[in-house]
Design a protein around this ligand. Structure first.
Ligand SMILES: [Fe+2]
Length: 279
């Protein structure tokens, strides 16, 4: 079983798949890569990029129907990727955002690539007090976490979980992000894996290589936890205690050398079109 915990496959709802043809092409490639479950996580940015839950669920049921029609054996699970705003709790209360499997227990949250607001720790505690565990989307792609992994660990200690993009470990977003992904995986900071697929172009091209690389880095047992056991617990709404093992790194390799800032920025730019927005 492989559970892809992060995807933008529902058409026309965000910057992911544009058409049902895109959706089916992505699904075929996912099935060929061995993926059995996909959590459908379109972007939600309060007051900027919103969608109505009714629209989401209509698309999701149509998507399930289309997969059945094509004989593709992939289970689709509901969710969203919510851009961090201090009003996260308000959005939840108003029913504006979709939690994982609509269970009101887990919520995927993403941060701007260059910024982690100061009040995030408090928001995580408030969410936990409401019975909701935030899942930090692809922290390896965030420059602040990459330069200061201790900050991510602090948030995990407050109860957050984290999801890594499989493409990060094979250098799809550049070498700095690849090294960060390696560090986070080896340190046990990561709890879930996802493709973050947005379009059929190059979809899952490196997914199997990424999974092999992860298995080589953390071993078979941990890989099964990441792709299978942990996500299943979350989908069922069971408790998954955040954990991290031990920070395994030499601080120097992650720090940006001022002489190489241009090179690092180039790498980051190669990793995405929008530097400070959602990814
Ligand atoms: Fe995403």
């Amino acid at each position: 079983m492989i559970i892809d915990f992060h995807s933008h496959i529902l058409p026309g709802i965000d910057d992911g798949a544009k058409t049902w043809t895109d959706f089916l092409e992505i699904s075929q490639l996912a099935a060929a890569a061995g993926i059995t479950h996909m959590v459908c996580t379109p972007h939600f940015i309060y007051k900027e990029v919103e969608f109505k839950p009714e629209t989401y669920y209509r698309l999701l049921s149509e998507a399930r129907y289309k997969l059945r029609e094509q004989g593709l054996n992939i289970s689709l699970i509901s969710g969203s990727e919510v851009f961090y705003v201090p009003k996260l709790l308000f959005c939840l209360k108003e029913g504006l955002i979709i939690t994982i499997n609509n269970g009101n227990k887990y919520l995927m949250v993403e941060f701007a690539r260059f910024d982690i607001p100061n009040n995030v720790g408090e928001t995580i505690t408030m969410l936990k007090n409401q019975g909701i565990t935030p899942i930090i989307a692809h922290p390896e792609r965030n420059l602040v976490f990459s330069n200061e992994p201790e900050l991510l660990i602090k948030l995990i200690k407050r109860g957050a979980l984290s999801q890594l993009n499989v493409g990060s470990i094979v250098g799809e977003y550049g070498d700095k992000i690849r090294k960060t992904a390696e560090l986070f995986l080896k340190s046990g900071i990561i709890h879930l894996l996802g493709s973050d697929v947005h379009s059929p172009k190059n979809a899952f091209r490196n997914f199997n290589l990424g999974m092999e690389t992860i298995e080589r880095l953390v071993g078979v047992k941990m890989t099964i936890e990441l792709k299978d056991i942990n996500p299943l617990k979350i989908i069922k709404g069971d408790m998954l205690e955040p954990y991290f093992i031990e920070l395994k790194y030499k601080k120097s390799f992650l720090k940006i050398d001022p002489n190489n800032i241009k090179r690092n920025l180039k790498e980051l730019l190669r990793g995405g079109k929008d530097l400070n927005g959602p990814s």
